[in-house]
Design a protein around this ligand. Structure first.
Ligand code: SF4
Length: 431
């Protein structure tokens, strides 16, 4: 295929594809899919070899958010039966982080629900970063706290945060259909603040919210322009109790095409397979390792992932290797850049960050609900559930990609399980 030859050549040179080429990747047929994966895999191996970076999420504050992001189980008016708790104490958060690092994670992503942190919240997170670095100075810490106010990025950087995550999520033109309480421009501004403060920026997207192929290409091209060091790609987990609960638009094939397109557009960036992989890729997850060079280990913010050991087994069985703490994640030309490093060798500690998951609607799960175990006690304050209306705003456009047809009726609600273990519970974390 001439298209794939062109895209590989451009990817190896870090040259931006055209929009038409990116759209053409999303429009490829199932017969062409393995060729697409193989081509994007060549680009992945050029910049990241066969390494897979593991990241571990710690949800510092869960639920009860005043914002209305339609995809998020923690949003205003969400009736999803998620854990709700206020800030974890630094030692409790550090204990959760320790489990992830013991499981092979080299980055810990500290996430808190809410529009953005107060200065007091930044103090709390600073103490948490100190507790985590105090037990392992090599671990990379990424903060994901929402929109930042002036000076907060610098304070987090001074406290030891290596990276900051804030996703663009979807195209600028459809952002208002997904969220009304803040703007796309607000999000871009926070990513830029993180970069200006010397943190490695992590910013990505959520696919499967009813967006068109053009929307997907728009947001990925915007990310390329913003130039984060890492790009998490989430696939919507249609949580019951959220406005997007009925949006089951993805197939494993479409997920692979999306990941390949992101790799071609952002060839030398850490592309992270984030929330929703178990739900939407299902048995095709190992193929995605040929496209991404980073995944989350274990559970997500409010939903369960497959067992951490299953993640490790999948990586080994597919012929990949877990990236060690002594390895620089990003290619040398990018790691040496001023905006971030991709490794703790570069001074900033590397980054990739993110969670892709401040917005947790994206947190997937694989474990059937019956395996989720009993509901755990919430050790920190449990606040009352909100009773505000779940107004999703306008209904997003229907997808027009190659897989749009046939997605209807393929809802797999059996694959969505609310997280009941790990941080904020009495049960051990999944790592
Ligand atoms: S994505 Fe973040 S800001 Fe939006 S509703 Fe969820 S927790 Fe709140």
């Amino acid at each position: 295929m001439d298209l794939l030859t062109t895209l590989v050549d451009k990817g190896l040179r870090r040259e931006l594809p055209t929009r038409d080429e990116a759209l053409a990747v999303l429009a490829t047929s199932d017969d062409e899919l393995m060729d697409v994966v193989a081509a994007a895999g060549r680009v992945r191996r050029q910049w990241f070899g066969r390494r897979v970076k593991l990241n571990y999420l710690v949800n510092l504050k869960s639920g009860l958010c005043p914002e209305d992001c339609s995809y998020c189980s923690q949003r205003l008016g969400s009736t999803a039966d998620i854990l709700k708790y206020t800030w974890l104490k630094p030692d409790d958060a550090a204990a959760a982080a320790r489990a992830g690092v013991a499981g092979g994670a080299k980055r810990v992503c500290l996430v808190a629900s809410g529009r953005g942190p107060t200065d007091r919240d930044v103090d709390r997170v600073s103490r948490t970063i100190a507790a985590i670095k105090g037990q392992n100075e090599d671990v990379e810490v990424c903060a994901c706290l929402g929109l930042l106010s002036e000076g907060q990025a610098e304070r987090l950087r001074t406290a030891g945060a290596d990276a900051y995550n804030h996703n663009l999520n979807t195209s600028e033109s459809t952002y208002g259909d997904i969220t009304t309480t803040h703007t796309y421009a607000d999000r871009v501004d926070t990513v830029r603040q993180a970069q200006s403060a010397g943190m490695s920026a992590c910013s990505g997207l959520i696919a499967g919210m009813g967006e068109t192929d053009a929307d997907l290409v728009d947001v990925v091209f915007s990310l390329r322009e913003l130039d984060p060091d890492s790009v998490p790609v989430n696939f919507l987990i249609p949580f019951e109790g959220t406005p997007l609960a009925k949006e089951w638009n993805l197939t494993p094939q479409r997920c692979l095409r999306i990941l390949a397109m992101v790799r071609f557009v952002c060839p030398d960036v850490e592309v992270r397979l984030a929330g929703g992989r178990e739900v939407h890729l299902r048995t095709m997850q190992p193929l995605a390792l040929h496209l991404v060079n980073s995944i989350f280990l274990g559970d997500y913010l409010t939903s369960e992932g497959q067992a951490g050991q299953a993640d490790l087994d999948m990586i080994a069985d597919a012929g990949f290797e877990v990236e060690g703490a002594d390895t620089t994640t990003l290619p040398r030309h990018r790691a040496a850049g001023a905006a971030g490093c991709g490794s703790h060798e570069g001074g900033c500690g590397g980054h990739d960050g993110g969670c892709g998951a401040h917005e947790d609607g994206a947190g997937p799960c694989a474990a059937p609900a019956a395996e989720a175990g009993p509901a755990a006690a919430v050790p920190t304050e449990t606040l009352p559930a909100e009773t505000l209306p779940a107004d999703a705003g306008p209904v997003p456009a229907q997808p027009v990609g190659a897989d749009a047809a046939g997605a209807a009726g393929s809802a797999r609600t059996d694959l969505v399980a609310v997280r009941r273990r790990g941080a904020g519970t009495d049960l051990p974390p999944n790592a």
